[in-house]
Structure formats: structure tokens, C-alpha cells
Design a binder for this molecule. Sequence first.
Ligand code: PGA
Length: 241
Amino acid sequence: MRLIRTENYQEMSLEAGKIIVKKIHSKPNITLGLATGSTPKGVYDYLIQNHKENGTSFEQVNTINLDEYAGLPAKDPQSYHYFMGQNLFNHIDISEGHTHIPNGAANDLDNECRRYEELIKDLGGVDLQLLGIGQNGHIGFNEPGTPFNSRTHLVTLAQDTREANSRFFHSITDVPTHAITMGIASILDSKEILLLVSGINKAEALSKFMNGEISEDFPASALKNHKNVTVIADRDALKYC
Ligand code: PGA
């Protein structure tokens, strides 16, 4: 595992953005694994800026998002479909049909999970996966206790995850109770992983990740079994490391 120490969120985003752009240039038809939430927004800003100023093209890129809330249609402003459009896809030249996010509004969610897992396989797997970490150690929406051999599946969100995400909703009662997420085994199949961690509210989780045991009680610890993980963290997140 490689650790890149940065001063702050901006520098963390820049480091990750530079790595991603370099990968796109060396493999224009790369499959990128993407995440939502506060952590990757700065990276997406960097990618948009790089596209506009340096002409980096996403035309041949495919993207696979980690997760989506169950019950929210793509046009719902709280959905991860909407987030990705607003924060990245609408501002770059990515081809229609190349962006993939689980369909949380599917009639048969179990079937949707199977379809998504097949889709990842058909795309040849994820080349580079961008990840954040939850305060409880979750990756994607794989909450503590999720088996390490899990594939894309339907989850019941942990109460602390719903509380953490309620900042994007009017109130906690509006936060969906379920989601579809790539499983831990699906994530570990990625050829390379970038784990981004920023801020004091992630310091305990990062310390547990760096210094703790590998255990299903702390999903991110599964990443220690992967051969090509780079952690990019800022000073506040590294406070207890
Ligand atoms: P955040 O979420 O980037 O909004 O902090 C990360 C996560 O919960 O995985």
C-alpha cells in the first residue's frame, strides 16, 4: 500500500486528479470506478478543468459507479445519477451510454444487482477505482459486517450512514433506507484503487484502517488484501496515524 500525504482537501484532489488524467492518456478506453459524496467532488472539478483547458478526452472512457439509493429515480436530485451528472458527466465529453450507475428504481432490485455485476465483467473489469471511506469504515455502501466475498447487492443502510448523509436531504426521514452497492469482492477485483481521505471527521477511520486488523467489522480493511492501493490523505485525516 502506498500513502500520499497532502496538506489539505485541494491538494488531495489534485494528486488524485493527476493520477487519473495520466491513466486516461495511457489508456483512453479505461474503465473508471467512481464514487459520490463530498470526498471526490474536488477530483471531479479537476477532471472538468483538465478537460476544458488541456483537452483531455473522456470519449472512450467507461465509468462504473459504486452505488445508488434504492427507490430514487435517476432524475431525483438526491440520486447518485443526478449527482454524477451535475458534478462530472454534464461537463465532459463522455459518450452517452458509457456511464453506468446501478438503477435504484428498477422493479426487481436483485435482478438489477446481477445485471450490474455482469456489466462490470463485460467491460473487462474496473481499471482504476476511486473510493472514499465512511466514518464507520464502509466502502461503497458496504456497511460493517458485510462479507468480504460479497458481490453487487441490496443493502439496508446503517443508521450512522443515514445520519451522515442526511446533510444532503431535508431531514433524516427523507434518506432512503436501502441502496444497491458493488460488493467488497467486486471492489477488490479492480486492478488499481485510490482511497481518498480528508478531514478530521475521517481521522479515526483512517487510523483504524492504517493500524487496525483486517476484519469484516471494518469493511475498508479488506483493501489491505489488494496489491495496488494508493491512499491519498490530508493532514487532518492523518492526525491519529
Ligand atoms: P463522503 O462519504 O465522501 O461524503 O464523506 C464517503 C463515504 O461515506 O463513503
